[in-house]
Design a protein around this ligand. Structure first.
Ligand SMILES: *[C@@H]1O[C@H](CO)[C@@H](O)[C@H](O)[C@H]1NC(C)=O
Ligand SMILES: *[C@@H]1O[C@H](CO)[C@@H](O)[C@H](O)[C@H]1NC(C)=O
Ligand SMILES: *[C@@H]1O[C@H](CO)[C@@H](O)[C@H](O)[C@H]1NC(C)=O
Ligand SMILES: *[C@@H]1O[C@H](CO)[C@@H](O)[C@H](O)[C@H]1NC(C)=O
Ligand SMILES: *[C@@H]1O[C@H](CO)[C@@H](O)[C@H](O)[C@H]1NC(C)=O
Ligand SMILES: [Ca+2]
Length: 338
């Protein structure tokens, strides 16, 4: 850009000088010998000025096309940048997949030993108690006594002492959360990527008094959390109604508004509103009328994340029009010991 400007500045100066010369000339030759000479000079100056003006115009046009080319290049770069971002995400999940395979093998070795003791509920806290301290995917065994199915879970063994079972994660953004009742009941997505563990599993796991921890990251890379010292769901007959108590954290208490409300999906409107919140907000959630947070909303990328009200919102931090970059919801029983 600076390169293109220099000739224009020089030409501009030249124009000024010429104009100055034109203004001074008649004074210097205050009594010219012939009017003809004066007017010829003026005419020739005028022609030169006109020529310079047209050159200036041409340069202006050239700069405009240069600018368009630059804008195109910037857009192209932005596109490449986004593609690279997706590749990094993919590599990241492949890496953690390899990492986790090792852990699963370890676990399967240990399971034959622990399978007989049916006195504990299997979750990440009980794995932690058995000295599994690496965050990652674990396969919980089927338990005849507790009548629990085999279940893959993701354990956070790092945050605040660990022992957390993830019930939800959004970070890749390729999994739709606009699903029906049955899918929200049974769970969907991939345990190392984006998923909903399933209302039936969450209901079962929160039969023991549990804490809910929600971690959120915005597009500026800041993270905040909200913790509820008590969290449980009612059973399916009671529409997986939410019960919460004892908020703490720095993200704001944006799940309180959803306390004591039923779960709704696009094919089950159980909200407290004439609107159909699940359809409007494009996810399954404990909609009231409608939201003060919607962690199962639409995943919007940077640039698009402030343009809609159906995103992954947490009003207590960024209001109704800001869709978060990353969310994790995780639970841990009160009985957990570090
Ligand atoms: C106008 O500028 C062009 C290019 O610099 C030059 O070739 C031409 O002789 C100029 N015309 C006049 C009348 O000065
Ligand atoms: C949720 O409602 C119950 C009453 O059903 C109340 O005891 C509890 O404090 C409420 N939770 C929050 C976070 O306000
Ligand atoms: C909330 O915390 C208070 C104080 O620690 C406690 O007495 C109460 O039982 C808690 N509520 C629930 C529902 O766990
Ligand atoms: C919540 O679900 C229960 C049982 O499924 C139902 O009786 C109740 O009417 C529902 N509440 C609302 C507001 O839809
Ligand atoms: C959110 O977006 C809606 C519609 O696009 C607009 O009417 C509203 O003013 C916005 N609210 C805020 C707090 O930006
Ligand atoms: Ca409704």
């Amino acid at each position: 850009m600076a390169k293109g400007k220099t000739p224009i500045v020089i030409l501009g100066l030249a124009l000024l000088l010429l104009a100055g010369a034109w203004a001074q000339n008649p004074k210097k030759k205050s009594f010219p010998k012939s009017h003809k000479g004066c007017c010829d000079e003026v005419r020739s100056l005028k022609v030169q000025v006109a020529n310079l003006t047209s050159i200036l115009e041409e340069l202006g046009r050239k700069q405009e096309t240069d600018l368009i080319t630059i804008v195109r290049q910037v857009m192209e770069l932005d596109k490449q940048n986004r593609q690279q971002e997706a590749r990094v995400t993919e590599a990241e999940s492949k890496y953690s997949e390899i990492n986790n395979r090792v852990e699963i093998l370890q676990l399967q070795g240990a399971q034959s030993v622990t399978q007989t003791s049916s006195d504990v509920m299997y979750d990440c806290a009980s794995l932690h108690a058995k000295n599994y301290r690496i965050s990652g995917e674990y396969r919980l065994p089927k338990d005849e006594f507790l009548r629990t199915p085999e279940l893959s879970v993701f354990c956070d063994m790092d945050t605040d002492g660990g022992g957390w079972t993830l019930i939800q994660r959004r970070r890749v953004g390729l999994t739709s959360f606009d699903r029906d009742w049955k899918q929200y009941r049974n769970g969907f997505g991939t345990i190392r990527g984006d998923f909903w563990l399933g209302n039936e599993h969450i209901f079962r796991l929160t039969q023991q008094p549990s804490t809910l921890r929600i971690e959120i990251e915005d597009w500026e890379g800041q993270t905040r959390f909200a913790e509820y010292g008590y969290f449980s769901l009612h059973n399916e007959l009671n529409s997986y109604k939410l019960f919460l108590a004892n908020y703490s954290g720095n993200a704001g208490d944006s799940l309180r508004y959803h306390n004591n409300t039923n779960f709704s999906t696009k094919n089950r409107d159980n909200d407290k509103c004439v609107d159909d919140c699940a359809a409007l907000r494009k996810g399954g959630y404990w909609y009231n009328c409608c939201t003060d947070s919607n962690l199962n909303g639409v995943f919007y990328r940077r640039g698009l994340h402030t343009k809609s009200t159906d995103g992954m919102t947490w009003y207590g931090w960024h209001g109704p029009n800001y869709s978060m970059k990353r969310v994790e919801m995780k639970i841990r029983p009160h009985s957990f010991h570090r």
